[in-house]
Ligand binder design. Structure first.
Ligand code: F0G
Length: 390
């Protein structure tokens, strides 16, 4: 296993603490694919089933992965499709896909002998880091955009015992502080520019293949800091290079319109430019300067996919549809994958198989549902009163 720069190709020893190349490029972990095991039998699915692909020696685990994949029978009929699935990452231990990155990332921190970990977060990363730090008996510092983090996520970070520091600014501002703090203060950074995070998240691809028994034509997911789309693609590529699969899916990344620097650059066919003031109700992906954009851009190009954006209105509509037609309650950012599918529906053939990734549980952000909803007046405790309101 080696660490390699995606820009200049320089290699580094994975036993040293390093997040970027000297040239500033993002790093990637190259796993020895001669040694991976073909365990794809559809049984006993958990993240650590794929341990031969995961480049860490220690293991701190809360039983992450093994999340359900559902056939969306009602929605697929409504959208005129033959095979539509959702992989529901809200079923992870702290309610989001971040647990996949953290089981590996915090294991790596322990391996490197670090006793303090840090991240900037729109909420889910902080909840997950806090939980895995608690389990490992090490200290977690989480920096969050003040007033812009969903209540459930904040409660999680607090109860797991992290030091929660609100920052006057957005996620991008918080990440700048974290990058500086990690090098100055010797704290291990677990944002997704840390390539070991992505080594955990790539298992989403392994599970999709293991659960379905085939590779879908398209995978659609929300994009914020752009780590997850890069990780999932890496997982499919590894399966391909190991000779376990013979085709690759197209990767489709969805951003919220008010926070869509990547989708805009893609659609306007111009260079990427960060967005100063990202704004969306999908606070998880309220990011103007996705740190992993160079990886994500290549993924979409290489896979023949697309980057698209959806409005807050479209996101909320999709969130309601998933819950009321399929019984799956996801947070707004996660619903952007269904919103994106609906927007791109005409570009998808009727018989193509599509997997939507829903990234976080709906209960993390209940306010968004309750705002503007008024419960009716209470009734008297009698059958007559009940009949009157039917
Ligand atoms: N969906 C949810 C629910 C998220 O929390 C995030 C990212 C994403 C999608 C986007 O994933 O960044 O890999 O492109 N949340 C981070 C956080 C930024 O701090 O929790 P990405």
């Amino acid at each position: 296993m080696i660490l390699k720069c995606i820009e200049c190709g320089k290699e580094y020893n994975p036993k040293e603490v390093r997040y970027r190349c000297e040239c500033g490029g993002l790093l990637e972990v190259l796993v020895d694919l001669d040694k991976v095991e073909n365990v794809f039998d559809g049984k006993n699915i958990t993240l650590w089933k794929y341990e031969s692909f995961i480049p860490v020696e220690k293991r701190v685990s809360l039983n992450e992965g093994g999340t359900p994949i559902y056939r969306l029978e009602n929605l697929q009929t409504e959208l005129g499709m033959k095979e539509l699935y959702v992989k529901n990452e809200g079923a992870n231990p702290t309610g989001s896909f971040k647990d996949r990155g953290m089981t590996v990332g915090v294991s790596k921190a322990l391996e490197l002998g670090m006793d303090k970990v840090i991240c900037a977060s729109t909420g889910n990363t902080s909840a997950s880091l806090a939980a895995y730090a608690a389990k490992s008996n090490i200290k977690a510092y989480v920096l969050v955009p003040s007033g812009k983090i969903a209540l459930g996520k904040l409660a999680q970070a607090i109860v797991y015992g992290a030091k929660v520091v609100p920052v006057r600014g957005n996620f991008d501002d918080a990440l700048n502080v974290v990058v500086e703090a990690s090098s100055e203060l010797g704290v291990y950074m677990l944002n997704s520019i840390n390539p070991f995070r992505l080594e955990g998240q790539k298992t989403i691809a392994f599970e999709i293949f293991d659960q379905l028994g085939f590779v879908p034509d398209k995978v659609i997911l929300p994009v914020g800091n752009a780590g997850n789309i890069s990780a999932i693609w890496k997982g499919f590529r590894e399966l391909y290079e190991a000779g376990f699969i013979y085709k690759l899916p197209k990767m489709i990344g969805i951003q919220a319109e008010g926070a869509s620097p990547l989708a805009r650059a893609w659609k306007e066919r111009r260079d990427f430019k960060p967005l100063e003031k990202p704004e969306t109700i999908a606070t998880a992906i309220r990011i103007g300067n996705p740190a992993n954009w160079p990886k994500a851009w290549r993924v979409v190009e290489e896979s023949g996919g697309v980057l698209e954006s959806v409005t807050d209105e479209e996101i909320l509509k999709a969130q309601k549809m998933l819950a009321s037609k399929e019984g799956i309650f996801v947070e707004p950012a996660s619903a952007s994958s269904l919103a994106g599918l609906m927007k791109l529906r005409n570009e998808i053939e009727e018989d193509e198989s599509v997997v939507l990734i829903t990234t976080g549980h709906g209960l993390k952000d209940p306010n968004i549902i309750l705002e503007g909803f008024e419960l009716p007046e209470p009734i008297e405790p009698s059958l007559e009163a009940f009949k009157e309101v039917l």
